[in-house]
Structure formats: structure tokens, C-alpha cells
Design a protein around this ligand. Structure first.
Ligand code: CU
Length: 126
């Protein structure tokens, strides 16, 4: 290989590494929502921009959660959010806040993703 081929190969490998990290390894910010005031709806604002912020939400079993999704990007990737475990999906127009309510009844991890399964977030219910 000449120098150009080596550089091209290295850049390619770096790009692959970056993509793997971005889509599979990066966990994003986490929010711990356990200290909610008793009983009522727990509101959590989730920004959709290159992923979910926060991407991890920790909450208690039986807590009614209202996830206020706001898509802050023109990219259509995050246009739809899917919560397969709850049979919910929502269309997210840009810069509009769309609430999605769920009440996880069992401890565990519940994923939410974009319609293409690229953006990922999860609820950790304890
Ligand atoms: Cu997507």
C-alpha cells in the first residue's frame, strides 16, 4: 500500500468506529426521575436532536410518566418515536412538544427509539 491508501484505510476505520460509538455505545445523558413528588404525573422533557436528551430515564414502577418529546432538528430521523413495550408511537413535528404517557407496571428496561431504530433511549424502571 502507498501512503494515500494507508490514510484512506485509516480514515475509513475511524469513521466506522465513530458510527459504532455514536449509534450503539454512546448512552447520552441520564436523568434520575425517582425523586418525583408523590402520586402525580412525572413530566420529563426529552429533546430529540441527533439522539435523545436525556437518553436514559430512571423512574419507579407504577409511576405515570409523561415524556414531552421535542424534536429540535430538521432531520427526519427523529420524526417518529416508538415505545414498543407500550404499543405507543408518536409523530414529532419539528419544534413542537408532543407528550407521550406511559405507566410502566413492572421493573425493567423499556426502550424507546426513532422509527428507524437509530435513535435510542430507555426507561429504567426500578
Ligand atoms: Cu431514525
Amino acid at each position: 500500500m502507498n501512503n494515500t491508501q494507508i490514510i484512506v484505510t485509516l480514515v475509513g476505520l475511524m469513521m466506522i468506529g465513530l458510527i459504532v460509538w455514536y449509534f450503539w455505545l454512546w448512552k447520552g445523558d441520564s436523568i434520575n426521575a425517582r425523586r418525583a413528588a408523590g402520586g402525580d404525573v412525572l413530566e420529563i422533557d426529552v429533546t430529540v436532536k441527533g439522539g435523545y436528551q436525556p437518553a436514559t430515564i430512571v423512574a419507579k414502577t407504577g409511576q405515570l410518566l409523561r415524556l414531552n418529546f421535542t424534536r429540535r432538528e430538521a432531520s427526519l430521523c427523529g420524526e417518529e418515536v416508538v415505545l414498543p413495550d407500550f404499543g405507543k408511537r408518536a409523530h414529532l413535528p419539528q419544534d413542537k412538544t408532543v407528550p407521550v404517557e406511559v405507566t410502566p407496571e413492572k421493573p425493567g428496561e423499556y426502550e424507546f427509539t426513532c422509527g428507524m431504530n437509530m435513535y435510542r433511549g430507555k426507561l429504567i424502571i426500578e
